[in-house]
Design a protein. Structure first.
Ligand SMILES: [Fe+2]
Ligand SMILES: [Fe+2]
Length: 152
């Protein structure tokens, strides 16, 4: 798990102290669960559609797992316990791949907004840098999904 994350960004996560979280504990817990949600979303969708989209979903699953791993490091260091499993009930299911991807893009946008909000609220440079790293990848997820949609 999370082998591909560069050591540097993992190191950064370990260096963020409880004090640096300020009053953003709840925001970070929410971000963590959003990552679990996205990971499970793509894991479930992966089985619904044929071949070519699976590569995209698998890439996204891997990245959401890395994101949740980074957030879990920060939370664990602060003594905050979080569940590792989340079971999405009532997951929206669309009959076709385009509607599914449009839904996913909206979810990615919601995640990006949550990261932007938290980045703006923290005074910690390290936390800004770490969340900024994840945010950049969320923007890329939006781009990957939009590119797939436009090719159809
Ligand atoms: Fe993510
Ligand atoms: Fe994402």
């Amino acid at each position: 798990m999370a082998k591909k994350i560069t050591m540097k960004i993992t190191d950064l996560a370990y260096k963020i102290s409880t004090k640096e979280l300020g009053n953003l504990e709840k925001d970070l817990i929410d971000l963590y669960y959003r990552e679990l949600f996205e990971k499970q979303l793509y894991t479930k969708q992966c089985h619904l559609f044929e071949t070519e989209i699976r590569g995209v979903f698998n890439h996204l699953i891997e990245q959401e797992e890395e994101h949740s791993f980074l957030l879990k490091i920060i939370l664990s260091n602060a003594g905050i316990e979080v569940n590792e499993l989340l079971d999405i009930k009532n997951l929206k299911q669309y009959a076709n791949i385009c509607d599914t991807i449009k839904y996913d893009i909206n979810q990615e946008k919601l995640s990006a907004q949550s990261y932007e909000k938290t980045i703006n609220r923290t005074n910690s440079k390290k936390l800004k840098q770490l969340l900024g790293h994840i945010l950049t990848e969320e923007y890329k997820h939006i781009g990957v999904l939009q590119a797939y949609l436009s090719e159809r």
